[in-house]
Design a protein around this ligand. Structure first.
Ligand code: 26Q
Length: 797
């Protein structure tokens, strides 16, 4: 049905009639979207079934990726691209008077994630399928993804996200594959045939119903599965208050929790985690038993990967099933489990390491808690045998301590591989944050630098640049991103550099239309588009950016002839609803924008734009239009970053600290093709350990800092009395924990250098080309190959 335009048009119209009983003329864009979606589904169904059968028949190893988040974005065009039918469809629709881009607009972003971690999971799925690897995702089918952000009067307002409002063509509900997950109740143990057995009594049962989504590889016949679990009441609830039970059950897959490290552990969040884990492990084991008829060799054929600690209960859940339901003894079960589970850590921020109070954990998951206790006791006994009497060491490493279950400790003890997400991050884990565990299990620790799905972030997001690259070096880069390095041959080809400039300018033109439409502000595409888009967090230092912007404004006000290269500063960021400080920063950016954008003295020199509701589909329009990529976290705090890679592959130049994967960007492009500044991670960690930083000194000795910081509280912002006092206090009262003032001067200096460099168009374009050409190794294809070879030991099917 997609083999040529004519066939496509015919099938499309036929299907439209069948589904809606409407002629083309009577039908709506939504009808068209649905029709096309159904056609794609039917088209992939053969390959999907065949992939499943191939994998069932194969004795090769498979991986299951467990993640509480998948930030997929829109799927229609990516699926068409991967199937190799984008052109046929786009042109065929055109001839029918239908615009594919309009249909895409109707699709909701699947926003089942907060940011980096969830988007990484989505990029990994694309690479797994495109590399023909047997790898499937398991997640939760949240009814509401991450909240929708509105900016009202400069403040963030959150609305519930409604991605399922008009259905989801990409999912297949599999009611027959539902499994049951049990909460609460109590555990009774009996001696049966000389063996201690455990029974979970009076449990509340929830039914987990899988909704499968196809994951289509790029020009491959592999169609893997993303299985999202929906929580539903069990058929015959033994419950006195049926309505309450129904409500509480459905709540489990109702909302995605916004990333809130300040939030106290909420019981529903733990319920979600166990729900995901229990349903996934049951489903994996059911299939395994069907395929192999035994479970004792599980670890030889499958790997279960946990994306951060959120699914760490996979460890005790696997133990539970092997022991309680399959009759293995502890040591056998432990051997299988610890050879099956692998774990990725995404943060070193100690406040972000998950821990759950026993008083919440134990009653909700009584049997799982018993198993975690047993794991902990055996682990502590081992430690004691190694270093008898060293209580401090044991207390520091224990899985249960001070009334909490420490999820990262459980993950490290119960898995065979622990990886960080960038070189620096992994080193910090080994040398500092998890030093004692590294000493205990040096072989478990390894690095897997993150990557991005370059077929989404370059091929799909930036079709103009993608076509031009293909014109220059052929299309092999689409499957082998390292081929982008061929672009280096054009470093001195001024026609090529000029064409790159033109493409960037056109992309900026498209973004400027969106900016005008959404904010009413007209921006000049000759200006530098300087972009910081990411979640709002103190450590990511959006504050450094906006204080510097305020300083530039102050320069202009003090000297009306101040000459600077015009800049459009663009922000996009969601703050977790309970993160008070982050919300203050959003208000600050918007308040500064209000003043700067409306001051005639500024003229065309600068504009400040806050784009609301930053999400995958908006990101796809922003990265291709960026000249400058702001990656300015306090060194040591950003585990990797992946936005930095998306900017790079679209030809933006990085202004960044030596943090996360920025360091690896610099290694690739060389110091002369990146703008780095600020404290190193060693310096930051040294200050934390030994003191010696006093922010007040920087405030007093740098008049630029003093002026901007004073403006937070001196009435500079009209009508927001006291609004920014908490920011002022964080900088001076609390000694500026993120070194914003310390890094201010080097940041301002490097930004001057950025402006100068931009004036030299050829030089800038050459730097930009060098960045694109070196971005191939940040394809998630490279990352996934490393996971496949070093950790999972899986091979293409
Ligand atoms: C915690 C408690 C309660 C509710 C939610 C959460 C929660 C949810 C999501 C905590 C953290 C997250 C997400 C973390 C995340 O995205 N980390 C980022 O992971 C990227 C991929 O590895 C890295 O590039 C980033 O550096 C890292 O910050």
């Amino acid at each position: 049905m997609f083999s040529n335009k004519e066939k496509f048009k015919e099938s499309f119209c036929k299907r439209l009639e069948m589904l809606y009983n409407k002629s083309l003329a009577e039908s709506t864009a939504r009808d068209h979207y649905e029709t096309l979606g159904q056609m794609v589904r039917e088209f992939v169904s053969n390959d999907w079934i065949a992939t499943n059968e191939r994998q069932l028949a194969s004795t090769g190893k498979q991986v299951f990726y467990l993640s509480i988040e998948y930030l997929l974005g829109k799927l229609l065009r990516q699926n068409l691209i991967n199937l190799g039918v984008e052109e046929v469809v786009e042109e065929g629709l055109n001839e029918l008077g239908i615009c594919l881009t309009d249909l895409e607009e109707l699709e909701s972003d699947a926003g089942l994630g907060n940011g980096g971690l969830g988007r990484l999971a989505a990029c990994f799925l694309d690479s797994l399928a495109s590399l023909n690897l047997p790898g499937h995702g398991h997640g939760i089918r949240y009814k509401h993804g991450l909240f929708e952000q509105k900016i009202v009067d400069g403040y963030q307002v959150e609305l519930p996200e409604q991605w399922l409002k008009s259905g989801n063509v990409w999912e297949v509900r599999k009611a027959d594959l539902a499994v049951k997950v049990r909460f609460w109740g109590k555990v009774e143990s009996n001696m049966e045939n000389g063996r201690l057995t455990f029974h979970h009594l009076n449990a509340e049962t929830v039914t987990a119903v899988p909704h499968d989504m196809p994951v289509i590889g790029y020009q491959s016949t592999t169609v893997n599965t993303l299985r999202l679990w929906n929580a539903e009441p069990s058929q015959f609830p033994i419950h006195d208050d049926i309505l309450k039970y129904k409500r509480e059950t459905e709540m489990i897959s109702e909302f995605l929790y916004p990333d809130d490290t300040h939030d106290e552990g909420k019981i529903l969040r733990l319920k979600q985690q166990y729900f995901l884990v229990s349903a996934s492990i049951q489903s994996i084991l059911k299939n395994y038993r069907k395929q192999h008829g035994r479970l004792d060799d599980l670890h030889e054929h499958i790997c279960i990967h946990i994306n951060d600690t959120h699914p760490v209960l996979a460890i005790p859940e696997l133990m539970r099933i092997l022991i309680d339901e399959e009759g293995f003894d502890w040591d056998q079960a432990w051997h299988i489990t610890t050879h099956t589970i692998s774990y990725t850590n995404h943060t070193t921020l100690s406040e972000a390491l998950e821990k759950w109070p026993i008083r919440i954990f134990q009653p909700l998951l009584p049997r799982i808690y018993m198993i975690v206790e047993e794991i902990n006791e055996r682990f502590c006994r081992e430690l004691w045998d190694e270093t008898p009497g060293d209580w401090d060491r044991i207390a520091g490493l224990a899985i249960i301590a001070d009334g909490f279950v420490k999820m990262a400790h459980l993950a490290i003890v119960g898995s065979f591989s622990v990886n960080g997400v960038a070189k620096l991050h992994t080193e910090i884990l080994k040398k500092r944050e998890m030093k004692s565990f590294y000493q205990l299990y040096p072989k478990k620790f390894n690095n897997k630098t993150n990557g991005i799905a370059h077929r989404r972030w370059l091929l799909k997001a930036n079709p103009k640049l993608a076509s031009f690259i293909t014109e220059l070096i052929g299309s092999s880069w689409i499957q082998s991103a390292e081929e982008l390095s061929q672009l280096l041959h054009y470093q001195n080809d001024t026609a090529v550099l000029e064409e790159l400039r033109k493409i960037k300018k056109e992309n900026k033109g498209q973004l400027s239309k969106i900016i005008l439409d959404k904010t009413g502000v007209a921006v000049d595409t000759h200006a530098i588009f300087d972009v910081q888009v990411k979640r709002l967090h103190a450590y990511k230092r959006q504050l450094l950016n906006i204080l510097h912007i305020m300083h530039l404004y102050n320069r202009i006000k003090e000297d009306s002839s101040y000459s600077m290269v015009p800049r459009v500063f663009i922000f996009g960021a969601k703050a977790s609803p309970g993160y008070y400080y982050a919300k203050k920063i959003i208000k600050l950016i918007n308040s500064a924008a209000e003043i700067i954008n409306n001051d005639p003295d500024v003229g065309g020199r600068m504009k400040v734009i806050f784009l609301e509701n930053y999400r995958v589909s908006l990101a796809e329009k922003i990265f291709p239009a960026a000249d400058v990529s702001e990656q300015i976290s306090t060194a040591s705090k950003e585990a990797s970053g992946t936005g930095n890679m998306k900017f790079m592959i679209n030809g933006a130049l990085t202004v960044g600290t030596l943090d996360g994967a920025n360091i690896e960007i610099r290694e690739l492009v060389g110091d002369e093709n990146i703008f780095t500044f600020g404290l190193t991670s060693d310096e930051v960690l040294h200050y934390y350990q030994h003191g010696g930083y006093e922010s007040v000194g920087y405030y007093h000795h740098d008049s630029r800092i003093r002026q901007a910081v004073d403006q937070l509280v001196n009435g500079f912002f009209p009508g927001v009395y006291n609004e920014f006092e908490p920011i002022f206090d964080s900088l001076l009262g609390e000694n500026d924990q993120y070194f914003v003032l310390k890094d201010f001067a080097p940041y301002a200096d490097i930004q001057l250098k950025v402006g100068e460099t931009y004036l030299d168009t050829i030089k800038w374009q050459k730097m930009s080309l060098t960045n694109i050409a070196n971005a191939g190794s940040f394809s998630s294809d490279r990352t996934i190959k490393e996971y496949a070879e070093d950790i999972w030991r899986i091979k293409p099917l």
